[in-house]
Design a protein around this ligand. Structure first.
Ligand code: BJ8
Length: 386
């Protein structure tokens, strides 16, 4: 297999570097009186936070440092993302948590929803009750939850959020979805125009640029640059590297040891069915719906996360992505003790191998480096099957 000639650009920041660079910006914003709401999950409708004149910020949850502290209060046998989220708060080592006025959680998986009860003892944690199906009753319930969250924001900040405020925020967020989707869809180009490691990192790191319009401008500029470079160089790029789709749990905490590693072994990660991939971006909020709360409820309830049951739409998306990104194999990342993704992996594996006829690799892991060598061996063996 040829080695890639896709280089990381000179201005590339790792997720950790971008997270640190955001600390100072966040402090400056707070000094200027910014309202900040901390959150962990794609199901939280950030449009409402923007409509309240506040900034949504994703809280730290992707490294192993605070996990030993978290394990003093949480079971060890729990997803590393949950332990890290709580550990960062407990050890006061996530500046974004520190600067958040309050935190909004959601009843996605059991571990997270119970952890939020402990988190609430450290900082006000408002929990949205997410239904786990997509029928009419669930939609009506979720719409009510969205209105309740709007009231929480109004009460907390002493503001009135109008429907017009929400419509403006929907437009801005839809633009962001368009921009991110165009960027992620660069992965459809063949040969691959950029590394999946860069692609995923930039989407996650973008959340540390708190100005939504500036974030869009940065990604738009990179999209144009990558496209231009690809057009100029495509004839010299290697064409025999396997094209992979990554699916499953959030991967920021394991990106180096899986995504970077598999690309160094000779593959290109071109598509992400994940929360830092197209999962939240593929469907926009319907701007023509006369009921803004209904529009938000429909959009967010359709996010194809494994906490939903049934969740056939995820297989449909994966199938479409396999075709449109010309994928040669699928890697599923399951964080340890994530029961919903772990169980749903049965359907994903069957769909990928039997219906799409492609090789599938399931990697269950946590944030430690202990299994790095073993993962590398499995990735190399997997690439041999393609
Ligand atoms: S929309 S993927 S961000 S819930 S915390 S479910 S890994 S056991 S994070 Fe997620 Fe929202 Fe879904 Fe996306 Fe499993 Fe861990 Fe639970 Fe997790």
């Amino acid at each position: 297999m040829e080695q890639t000639n896709i280089k990381l650009p000179a201005d590339f920041e790792t997720y950790g570097e971008a997270r640190k660079a955001g600390f100072l910006r966040m402090k400056q914003l707070k000094d200027q009186g910014a309202r900040v709401v901390g959150m962990f999950c794609s199901f939280v409708p950030t449009e409402l936070v923007y409509a309240a004149g506040a900034l949504p910020v994703g809280l730290c949850a992707f490294t192993e440092e605070p996990i030993p502290a978290a394990e003093a209060n949480l079971p060890r046998n729990l997803c590393p993302l949950i332990k890290a989220s709580y550990g960062f708060a407990l050890t006061d080592t996530c500046p974004y948590f520190y600067f958040s006025d309050f935190v909004v959680g959601e009843t996605t998986c059991d571990g997270k929803k119970k952890m939020f009860e402990l988190l609430n003892e450290i900082k006000d944690t408002y929990v949205m009750q997410l239904p786990h199906s997509r029928d009419e009753a669930a939609l009506a319930f979720w719409r009510d939850q969205i209105i309740a969250f709007k009231r929480k924001l109004e009460d907390f900040y002493g503001v009135t959020i109008t429907e017009d405020d929400i419509r403006q925020a929907i437009k801005r967020k839809n633009r962001e979805r368009d921009v991110m989707l165009r960027y992620l869809e660069l992965g459809k180009l063949n040969p691959a125009p950029m590394s999946g490691y860069e692609m995923g990192t930039r989407v996650d790191a973008g959340s540390f640029s708190f100005d939504l319009d500036q974030r869009c401008n940065i990604i738009e500029a990179r999209t144009a640059e990558v496209l231009e470079q690809w057009k100029a160089n495509k004839d010299s790029l290697p064409t025999d590297r396997p094209r992979l789709l990554v699916t499953g749990c959030p991967n920021a905490g394991v990106r180096e040891k899986i995504i970077k590693a598999v690309e160094e072994l000779g593959a290109d990660v071109v598509a992400f069915d994940t929360c830092n991939g197209i999962r939240e971006k593929v469907e926009k909020v319907d701007e023509s719906d006369p009921d803004v709360y209904h529009a938000l409820a429909v959009k967010y309830l359709n996010i194809n996360c494994s906490v939903m049951s049934p969740n056939d739409s995820r297989r449909n998306y994966i199938g479409e992505m396999i075709d449109s990104y010309a994928v040669d194999g699928v890697i599923e990342i399951v964080l340890q003790s994530c029961h919903t993704y772990d169980v749903e992996a049965f359907f994903i594996k069957r769909f990928v191998t039997q219906e799409k006829g492609l090789p599938y690799l399931n990697i269950e892991t946590d944030y430690s480096q202990a299994d790095k060598g073993q993962i590398n061996t499995r990735l190399a063996a997997f690439l041999e099957t393609i």
